[in-house]
Design a binder for this molecule. Structure first.
Ligand code: GLU
Length: 452
């Protein structure tokens, strides 16, 4: 399978140019936009009605963008100010849905790229959810627990007016885990005097959260790899996994790889990576990163036979399966070449847009199966939609039932993605497939709902 990337369709190129002119300092958003427009050329050629209705021009412009001041007082009594964001990109298929990211790198470009991706990812889940993303440039790792609490309360004091179970439903992302979601939900409940379970997902299981939501993104990425491999009779079993990151996604990628008979041998954070040939010990990883909130080197210190590589790039470790699960553009073209040299067969993106465009090209040219994040990591948000369903019905499904539903949804996403890649002329190109299949669902809804 060799896939070449053609230039943008002549009907789409001016839309891309206009967006770049309108958003000149947003490289990540432009990258995400270019990738989608590159894929949907064959779709709009077949459906001129989308162009006539200005679907693409409307789709690339968020329905609403909120930016706000987040003032709070630190433990030393000093006033601090961060910036908060919520980009409500598209609600044609359902209420706005997407996570909040707390990280110093967060700016409008990052939030818009994530929100734009989320539209198509959420469409692929077929769960009736629109696309949004938000966050702040705060660094929760540099804050005490009390400071995080005060920050979250201030953040929600502005954001609450834009949210609601039928309007906009946030969840976690990088830097926003169970602790932050608790504080954010608590402040929303206090301000509105409503225990509105369905206005936030990723909640604690004891107070409205769903079983499997924590595991869903990681498990789903492995399921997607399993489904790609199965097309020509291969399996996860017996294969080695190279995983980046050590947060929620990476942890449960590792767990599911082990459950399916594979062996995940790496994990990383911004300080470097660990290699553990016996297979990463998930409990120890969680203890070090989630419970104690320490650096990844601590894992190697406590686990005999493993080693820490400071500042290294995890992609230099050979393995058959790769799961970039840390952050955007973490895997460059040279890293992709290293993975190919190391015998990689399949790559599934656990993070959002972790592979740079040059890396994706290398995988395609080498015939490596490549599952883009929109499809491969959609299990998290799909399970968020299951959480919303359970909240609306005042039910809680068992772990087993929830996991069965996640499995079925991931199978459906793989099927829809593969079929779209065939239908639009590049069989096995899951990037094209995910973008085209997601786009058609949103475009049809927009077409039916008129120029709004
Ligand atoms: N932040 C996650 C994502 O990138 C989950 C969003 C959600 O559950 O709403 O899809």
């Amino acid at each position: 399978m060799t896939i070449t990337t053609p230039a943008l369709d002549p009907a789409l190129h001016p839309i891309f140019e206009a967006s770049v002119r309108r958003n000149p300092h947003e490289p990540e958003f432009q990258q995400a936009l270019h990738e989608v427009l590159d894929s949907i050329g064959p779709v709009v050629r077949e459906h001129p009605e989308y162009l006539e209705a200005g679907i693409v021009e409307r789709l690339v412009e968020p329905e609403r963008q909120v930016m706000f001041r987040v003032p709070w007082v630190d433990d030393a009594g000093r006033v601090r100010v961060n910036r908060g964001y919520r980009v409500q990109f598209n609600s044609a298929l359902g209420p706005y849905k997407g996570g909040l990211r707390f990280h110093p790198s967060v700016d409008l470009s990052i939030v818009k790229f994530l929100g734009f991706e989320q539209i198509f990812k959420n469409a692929l889940t077929a769960q009736g959810i629109g696309g949004a993303k938000g966050g702040s440039d705060v660094d929760p790792h540099a804050l005490s627990a009390r400071e995080v609490e005060r920050f979250c309360q201030s953040f929600m004091t502005e954001l609450y007016r834009h949210l609601g179970e039928h309007t906009d439903v946030p969840a976690g992302d990088i830097g926003v885990g169970a602790r932050e979601i608790g504080f954010l939900f608590g402040q929303y409940r206090r301000i509105t005097n409503r225990h509105e379970s369905g206005m936030f997902t990723g909640k604690g299981v004891e107070w409205g959260g769903a079983n499997v939501r924590t595991q869903a993104t990681g498990y789903g990425a492995v399921y997607f790899a399993q489904d790609m491999l199965a097309v020509d009779g291969r399996a996860v079993e017996g294969r080695t996994g190279i995983v980046s990151g050590s947060g929620n996604v990476a942890t449960y990628v590792i767990e599911k790889l082990h459950q399916l008979g594979g062996r995940a041998i790496t994990a990383s954070d911004s300080s470097g990576y660990v290699v553990d040939e016996r297979g990463i010990d998930v409990e120890l990883l969680r203890q070090v990163k989630e419970v104690e909130r320490r650096r990844i080197s601590e894992y190697a210190e406590r686990r005999p036979g493993s080693r820490f590589v400071p500042g290294g790039r995890v992609w230099e470790v050979p393995g058959q399966l790769a799961f970039p699960s840390a952050t955007q553009n973490e895997l460059a073209e040279a890293d992709a070449r290293a993975l190919v040299a190391g015998g990689v067969e399949a790559v599934a993106e656990g993070a959002n847009m972790p592979c740079a465009p040059g890396a994706v090209r290398v995988f395609h040219e080498a015939g490596v199966l490549f599952g883009p994040g929109k499809a491969a990591n959609a299990g998290g948000v799909a399970t968020s939609a299951l959480e919303m369903s359970q909240n609306a019905a005042r039910q809680r499904w068992s772990f087993e039932e929830s996991e069965d539903r996640l499995r079925a949804i991931m199978l459906g996403i793989h099927q829809a993605t593969l079929e779209a890649s065939e239908r639009y002329g590049r069989p096995g190109d899951y990037v094209l497939g995910a973008n085209a299949a997601g786009f058609v669902r949103v475009a049809d809804a927009m077409l039916a709902q008129g120029v709004i």
